[in-house]
Design a protein around this ligand. Structure first.
Ligand code: TXA
Ligand code: MG
Length: 322
């Protein structure tokens, strides 16, 4: 692929205006959100969206999340039901993506929806992400800003390491606070969790006064791209390790003697925020065999374990995603 100059922008007035102009003109600009850095393109522009797949080396078209500044902007694209309205009122801006019926005449590229009649939308809770969305004036499709199958980026340096020369710009807004991708929910009569993420499903169920179903049948993913090897560092992972063996590096959780620790105090929020930067750091250390301490499977632990399971999944074939 042709290499281009990737501009590193800072979130001052000029940097934000430049990022907005790149997006409006059909370019690719990575920007920070509270979860991970997104690789943004104008969601109304087929060619711009196709460039996302090219830059990431994504093997096939998966539907993408469209980012908007607020509920009013989302209303122009999708139709909210009662449950979706309650969730958006409670959690937006924030790490929650809602999958809702696409509004006729929205203008969203069919490469964004992969031809589905639903659209995934979210309003990110990050001042720089918000500013770039407002500067662009368009809905912005954005998967995580990493090469397909690799660890998601939580700093501008991670984005540069993976995509330098392949995208027009990265807007540096510092490290992401939440550290794992958004929680994805489809509403309707039976609200269902499609991806565990930065907002615990327990909090969503409490808001609705109704348990949210968890899509569990792995042979029938409702959300395409949910099965494959993903988030993979260079080394192999062994999960739920009580201790490391010879030749292994230990990624710890809690008060264990580890080479790197997600959270010495066993705090799941801290662990989520450090997960991807620890996986990047393991690559930088040249770790080839990585043992990982057990992590409780509730609250943010569900999203952390989901990412770790994918990182540990077999990597053969063309199964890498996102
Ligand atoms: O935190 C995040 O969500 C990050 C930041 C950048 O906002 N974005 C992100 O986007 O993770 P992406 O494109 O990597 O994740 C999209 C996920 C995929 O698993 C896709 O299958 C699912 O959302 N998805 C998108 N549209 C869908 C739809 N209409 N129905 C079901 N699943 C959908
Ligand atoms: Mg991704």
């Amino acid at each position: 692929m042709k290499q281009i100059d990737t501009e590193r922008l800072f979130p001052d007035e000029a940097g934000l205006a430049r990022a907005g102009a790149i997006l409006r003109a059909g370019g690719l600009a990575a920007f920070p959100t509270e979860t991970v850095y997104g690789l943004g393109a104008n969601a109304l522009d087929d060619k711009a969206v196709a460039r996302i797949y090219e830059a990431k080396g994504r093997p096939r078209f998966n539907p993408l999340i469209v980012h908007v500044a607020d509920r009013a902007a989302a209303e122009e694209l999708v139709v909210f039901d009662d449950a979706a309205s309650r969730l958006a009122d409670a959690f937006w801006p924030g790490a929650l993506t809602l999958v809702l019926p696409l509004r006729a005449g929205s203008g969203i590229s069919s490469l964004v929806t992969a031809g589905l009649d639903t659209l995934a939308v979210r309003a990110p809770d990050h001042p720089v992400g918000q500013a770039v969305l407002r500067a662009s004036g368009v809905p912005v499709a954005a998967p995580s800003a990493n090469p397909s199958g690799r660890v998601s980026p939580t700093t501008a340096d991670h984005v540069i390491q993976g995509l330098d020369g392949l995208i027009d710009a990265v807007l540096d807004g510092g490290p992401c606070g939440v550290g794992v991708e958004s929680t994805i929910v489809v509403t309707g009569p039976n609200p269902t969790l499609l991806r565990a993420g930065g907002i615990p499903v327990e909090a969503l169920s409490a808001c609705l006064g109704q348990a949210i179903s968890i899509a569990t049948d792995p042979t029938r993913p409702i959300s395409p791209g949910q099965l494959e090897s993903h988030y993979a560092p260079n080394g192999t992972l062994r999960l739920n390790a009580q201790a490391k063996e010879d030749d292994e590096v230990l990624l710890g959780f809690g008060p264990v003697d580890a080479d790197l620790n997600l959270s010495v105090s066993g705090d799941l929020v801290e662990a989520a925020s450090r997960l991807f930067s620890c996986l990047h750091a393991l690559d930088d250390m040249g770790a080839t065999q990585i043992a990982v301490s057990p992590i409780p499977d509730s609250g943010l632990g569900r999203a952390i374990n989901d990412r770790l399971k994918r990182a540990a999944a077999p990597r053969s074939g063309s199964l890498h995603e996102s």
